[in-house]
Design a protein around this ligand. Structure first.
Ligand SMILES: C[C@H](NC(=O)[C@@H](N)CCCCN)C(=O)O
Length: 479
């Protein structure tokens, strides 16, 4: 802890002149001890969580702007499906590397407050340049814009998670991460349901399609402006609270150690393959969902967007519930297999049936997606020591973005060359690969890790309690 900060902060000094700590807070902060501006109060933390939720709202809202307007991009701006899907690839390319160093940039270069502002600003600049590229119908500029946007998008999520860990305690973190993910899903949902109505606004119809699209994308950048303002507000709140409490600014704690990577156990690499094999059947499918449902079910663009947004709506509600349920039951590997199997069933129905209700299918897709997201990411923390957790997550996001970058290029080419049935078969192949590697993970865990990754919650709490007591006893002996 910084000695200077400690000396300056009266909250850490003994109460002066008989004043209680609460009086000290009131005297120092000018606010009532129980007021929401008191950093020691839970109400203050939950107010901060409200601001934290909007840090990535703009990035999730604008990430799927192309998906919400896919018919316009293809039919009015004349993009092929391959050219359209490349808009998503260009988001992922920078994150093949940046996912590995986002935490390093926050900890060693920018700091959490400036880092969050810079990454949110990259999202804003990327979205404004994207709007300019559409306005002037310059596909290369649109790709460059999505590259800029991608630089901000994933690292902003790292900054958001770092703030969350800094402000909330262990027993609150699962709820907090569930709320943050839900808010991000709401950003995606709002995008999928408002962009078509904005595009159809009467006042814009006199513009040429490219200029029309440019104006609509510029309007969408307002969400990124709001996120940038939230990073500024949160920086002031965080600085004030850390000063009052005499604490250092938050850090990811990520030390990208190459030697850590060489020592990762096989399950980490199996999880990376499961992650990429699963997610390439989710985000690329959603990015192509509007035209798929338009053509498959003869819906309107608005209705197709509403159907495509259902996985996000369902996930906004189901993610915290699945997180709570899986925390209570454990058996994470079986949950990943179950969620992947459900997703496989959903894609089979989307590929080979024509009379099932698309709203029901996509709600089913949202539940299965929520189960996998809630069981997959927490499992990493049971595979590597906490000091290597940031590196492990960086590797997973890096592999995931490499897969998304390549698969988005492939999906566009498949649709242009073979149509949507082959696209669905392509997704089914990836989900079968995910299931195969889930099975390998289960068998490896059973044979070589004593079932550590797939323990029930009760077993995990009991065994980890024993391991913690043994570690403390060993530490005491060493002393
Ligand atoms: C938690 C997980 N997020 C991701 O996989 C991100 N790499 C993708 C972010 C896309 C929009 N910014 C998820 O959304 O399930």
């Amino acid at each position: 802890m910084d000695q200077n900060v400690t000396e300056r902060s009266p909250l850490l000094q003994p109460a002066q002149d008989g004043l209680s700590e609460s009086d000290e807070i009131q005297e120092y902060t000018g606010c009532q001890p129980e007021a929401c501006c008191n950093p020691r109060r839970p109400l203050h933390r939950y107010m901060v969580l409200a601001v934290m939720c909007f840090l990535s709202f703009g990035s999730y809202f604008c990430y799927d702007n192309p998906a919400a307007l896919q018919d316009i991009f293809i039919e009015k701006l004349g993009l092929s499906t391959s050219e359209y899907s490349a808009l998503y690839s260009w988001y992922s390319w920078p994150n093949v590397v940046l996912s590995m160093i986002g935490g390093f940039l926050i900890d060693r270069v920018f700091g959490i407050r400036l880092g969050a502002f810079i990454f949110a600003s990259f999202c804003l600049v990327g979205q404004v340049v994207f709007a300019a590229g559409a306005f002037f119908n310059l596909l290369g500029l649109m790709y460059f814009a999505r590259f800029l946007f991608g630089i901000g998008g994933e690292s902003l999520a790292v900054a958001q998670n770092t703030y969350a860990i800094s402000w909330f305690r262990d027993h609150e973190l699962n709820m907090v991460f569930g709320v943050l993910l839900s808010m991000s899903r709401i950003g995606s949902t709002v995008n999928m349901n408002v962009m078509q109505p904005i595009y159809k606004a009467k006042s814009l119809t006199n513009l040429t399609p490219p200029k029309h699209m440019g104006v609509v994308l510029l309007i969408a950048s307002a969400t990124c402006v709001f996120s940038v303002m939230c990073t500024i507000l949160l920086a002031f709140i965080d600085r004030r609270a850390k000063r009052l409490l005499g604490q250092q600014a938050a850090a990811t704690g990520e030390k990208i150690e190459l030697r850590d990577i060489t020592r990762f156990p096989l399950p980490v690499w199996l999880l990376c393959i499961i992650c990429v094999a699963y997610y390439v059947s989710v985000f690329p499918f959603i990015s192509l969902g509007e035209v798929f449902f338009l053509r498959r079910y003869q819906t309107s663009p608005d209705a197709a967007d509403a159907i495509t947004s259902l996985p996000y709506i369902v996930s906004a509600v189901a993610s915290p519930i699945c997180g709570f349920l899986i925390d209570r039951t454990g058996r994470n590997v079986l949950w990943i297999m179950f969620g992947t199997f459900l997703t496989l069933g959903c894609h089979i129905c989307l590929a080979f049936t024509f009379n099932l209700n698309p709203y029901a299918l996509m709600a089913w897709f949202g539940v299965s997606y929520s189960i996998v997201a809630a069981s997959l990411w927490p499992l990493v923390s049971h595979c590597v020591p906490s000091r290597a957790l940031g590196t492990a997550y960086g590797i997973m996001q890096s592999v995931q973005n490499l897969g998304l970058a390549c698969v988005n290029l492939a999906t566009g080419a498949i649709v242009d060359a073979k149509g949507y049935l082959m696209l669905e078969v392509f997704f089914l192949m990836w989900l079968c690969l995910a299931l195969i590697f889930c099975s390998l993970l289960y068998l490896w865990d059973l044979k070589y890790m004593d079932g550590r990754l797939n323990r029930s919650a009760a077993e995990r709490h009991r065994i980890e309690g024993i391991e913690k007591a043994a570690a403390e006893a060993a530490a005491a002996r060493d002393e």
